[in-house]
Design a protein around this ligand. Sequence first.
Ligand SMILES: C[C@@H](N)C(=O)N[C@H](C)C(=O)O
Ligand SMILES: [Zn+2]
Length: 220
Amino acid sequence: MPEIVLMSDPRVSAIPVEDRGEPLVDLRAVPELLLDQRLADSEGAYAHLRHGHVDRLLRAQARLPEGLRLLIVEGYRPLALQERYFSAYAAKLSDANPDWSDEHVYVQASRSLSPPHIGPHVCGAAVDLTLCTQDGQELDMGTEVNASPEESENACYTAAENISPQARDNRTILSEVLVEAGFINYPTEWWHWSYGDRYWALLTGAPAALHSHLDWPASA
Ligand SMILES: C[C@@H](N)C(=O)N[C@H](C)C(=O)O
Ligand SMILES: [Zn+2]
C-alpha cells in the first residue's frame, strides 16, 4: 500500500491558503443530487458545498453506470462541530490506550477526523458520499459511511482488502468517477472526497489551497 499522508502531517498544515471567495451553495436546491438525512442539521449546514463542487459532482454522477447515483451524506461542517468530533474521538482513543502520548493520540485521531484548523469540511471543500440506486438503496461499500478504523477492522481504508469483491467493485466505481471529476480521496475513508483544501493541494501539487475556513451561517 502506498504511504498514507494523514491529516495531522505537518506538510498539510504548511500549505498556504489563497481563498477564492467562492460562495457556498445549498445542495437542497440542486434536484439532481440526492441528500441523505442521517447527519442533517436544522439549519442545513451539512447540505452546503463550495459552488464549483456542484458541477464536479454532477459530472461524476453522469459518468456512473446506468441506474446508480451519488448519495451525499455531509458537506460543510461548522468549526465547532469539527472540534467536538475531533476531541470526542481523541478522548475515546486516549481512554482505550492510556499508554499513548498526547501526540500519538492526535495522529491516530487524524485517521478519522481532521484536526479542526485544517479541516476540509470546515472550508466547504470536502464531501462524504456513497453510491445508491435510483430509488435510494445504498450499495454495499464494505463498511458504513463514517465507520472508524476500530469498528471496521480498518475496512474503512479505501484500499482495504478485507471487504467483499462486490464492495471492492463499488468502491472502484465511486473512485473512478470522483477522481475524473478532480476530487481527491482521504485514503483512510472511502467516502471522503475533497477539492481545493490543503490536503488536495498537497496531493495534487497545487501551490495553495483555494478555500479557507468559513463561519456558519455563511453568506450562502
Ligand atoms: C467524519 C469523517 N467523515 C471525516 O470527515 N473525516 C475527515 C478526515 C475530516 O474530519 O475532515
Ligand atoms: Zn469527510
